[in-house]
Design a protein around this ligand. Structure first.
Ligand code: FE2
Ligand code: FE2
Ligand code: FE2
Length: 386
C-alpha cells in the first residue's frame, strides 16, 4: 500500500519542474526527523505515508506550484488541508492519515494537541520549499537554516532541534539534491509494506480517480464513467468476475498519467497546438509506468494504458496494432471514446446515443476501435439520457 500510494502521489509532482519530487522529499525529511526523535514504529509509518499524500487535496498544477512557495495564500492552505482530509477519510486503509493531513500546515501551539506527525510534515515541508534546483545545494544551507530560525516559534521545538541535528551533515543535503535519498526511502517503504495489511485496491483506485477528475472541469466524472462502461462491457463480453473487477480498476486509473500533464494544456479552450498535443500524448505513457507498481495485476497496466492505441496501428504512444491489443485493451478504448462523447464538457452538452452511434460506427469501420464491442455497446448498453 505504501509503495502504491508513493507511486501514485509521485504523478502529482510530475506536472511541473518546480514541484518535481516535492512529496517524496518531504516524506524523506519526515523519515529522518522521526528516526532522530525515536518515534514509535506505527507513528513513524503513518507520518511518512501522510507526508507522501500531504498535498493530495490539490490536483491543479498551478495551485500545487503556489503551495510550494514560501508564503502560500491562507485560503489555499485551508482549502487543501480540508479537501485532502476529506478524500482520505473515505478510504478505509488511509483514513488514519486524514487528521494528520488536515493539520499539516498548523503552527506550533502547545495546547492544541496537533498530531506529532502533522508537526513533522509542517517542518519538512517548509524545508523542502526552500530548495532551489538552480543553485549548488551546500551554498543554500545557511540561508535555509537561518530562515527556519526566524520562523522558530512556528515549529514544534523538538522537531526543530531534530532538524538542526540532521542538517549538520552535508550528506543529508547532498542526498536530497542528488536523489540519493530514494534508496533509503524505498527501503523504508518496502519494509513498512511487508508489515501492513493488503489494501482494497478498488478503493484506492477510486480515490485517485477522484484526484484525476478534480484536475480539470473538463473531466469531472470521466474516470468513473469510463470504469462503469468498461465494467459493463467486460461482463457483457463474458469475462470472469476477477477480470471484471480488474477492468473496473483499470478504468478508474486509465488517465492516471494526466496528473503529469500541466492543467494549462488540459484546460486549453480550443484546438491544441502540435506541441501541446505532444504533451497530452504523454499521459498514457505515464499511466503505463505508474501502474507497473501493480505487479500482482499485470493486466491492469495494459488495459489502462492502451486506451489511445488503435487496431490499425495509428494510435499512441506505443503504436500497437490489432495483434497486440487484447480484449481488455479493446474494451477500454471503446469505453473511453463512448464516455468522452457522452459526458458534458464545459463547451458542449453530452451527446445522445443517436449522435454517438454514427461517430463510433465510423471509427469501427476505419478499424480504429473493435467493431463487435462497439456494436454490443451501442445496441445493448443501458444509456442514461439525461
Ligand atoms: Fe500543503
Ligand atoms: Fe507540500
Ligand atoms: Fe486518455
Amino acid at each position: 500500500m505504501y509503495k502504491l500510494v508513493a507511486t501514485f502521489s509521485k504523478a502529482l509532482d510530475l506536472s511541473d519542474l518546480r514541484i518535481l519530487n516535492h512529496s517524496e522529499r518531504v516524506a524523506y525529511i519526515v523519515l529522518k526527523l522521526a528516526n532522530t526523535l525515536g518515534l514509535p514504529e506505527a507513528e513513524k509509518n503513518a507520518a511518512v505515508l501522510a507526508a507522501l499524500v500531504h498535498d493530495i487535496g490539490i490536483s491543479s498544477t498551478h495551485w500545487r506550484v503556489e503551495s510550494r512557495s514560501l508564503r502560500p495564500p491562507q485560503s489555499l492552505i485551508t482549502e487543501h488541508c480540508l479537501a485532502g482530509a476529506e478524500l482520505l477519510r473515505k478510504v478505509k486503509s488511509l483514513a488514519h492519515l486524514a487528521e494528520i493531513v488536515l493539520h499539516h500546515h498548523d503552527l506550533w501551539d502547545e495546547a492544541a494537541g496537533t498530531p506529532r506527525a502533522a508537526l513533522l510534515i509542517h517542518m519538512a515541508d517548509r524545508v523542502e520549499v526552500q530548495l532551489r534546483p538552480d543553485r549548488y545545494i551546500l551554498g543554500q544551507v545557511a540561508s535555509i537554516t537561518e530562515h527556519l530560525d526566524q520562523l522558530a516559534p512556528n515549529f514544534w521545538p523538538l522537531a526543530l532541534a531534530a532538524f538542526q541535528e540532521i542538517s549538520r551533515s552535508e550528506s543529508f543535503w547532498l542526498d536530497l539534491a542528488t536523489g540519493n535519498y530514494v534508496e533509503e526511502l524505498t527501503d523504508f517503504i518496502e519494509r513498512a509494506d511487508s508489515a501492513a495489511e493488503q489494501p482494497d485496491l478498488a478503493e484506492i483506485a477510486g480515490l485517485y480517480a477522484t484526484v484525476i477528475d478534480r484536475k480539470s472541469p473538463f473531466t469531472s466524472r470521466h474516470s468513473r464513467g469510463v470504469a462503469q462502461v468498461a465494467r459493463w462491457l467486460a461482463e457483457a463480453a463474458g469475462l470472469g468476475p476477477d477480470q471484471v473487477k480488474d477492468m473496473q480498476i483499470a478504468g478508474l486509473l486509465h488517465d492516471l498519467g494526466k496528473l503529469a500533464v500541466p492543467d494549462v494544456i488540459l484546460e486549453f479552450p480550443g484546438r491544441l497546438s502540435t506541441e501541446q498535443m505532444l504533451v497530452v500524448k504523454q499521459h498514457t505513457y505515464h499511466t503505463y509506468h505508474l501502474l507497473s507498481v501493480l505487479t500482482d495485476h499485470p493486466h491492469i497496466k495494459e488495459w489502462a494504458a492502451f486506451h489511445h492505441e488503435k487496431l490499425n496501428g495509428t494510435g499512441y504512444p506505443f503504436r500497437l496494432d490489432a495483434s497486440q491489443l487484447d480484449l481488455g485493451a479493446r474494451i477500454m478504448a471503446v469505453a473511453d471514446v463512448f464516455q468522452a462523447l457522452h459526458e458534458d464538457r464545459p463547451y458542449r452538452q453530452g451527446l445522445s446515443l443517436a449522435e454517438i452511434t454514427p461517430i463510433m460506427a465510423k471509427m469501427a469501420a476505419n478499424n480504429e476501435i473493435d467493431r463487435e464491442l462497439t456494436d454490443l455497446l451501442l445496441t445493448s448498453y443501458p444509456v442514461d439520457e439525461n
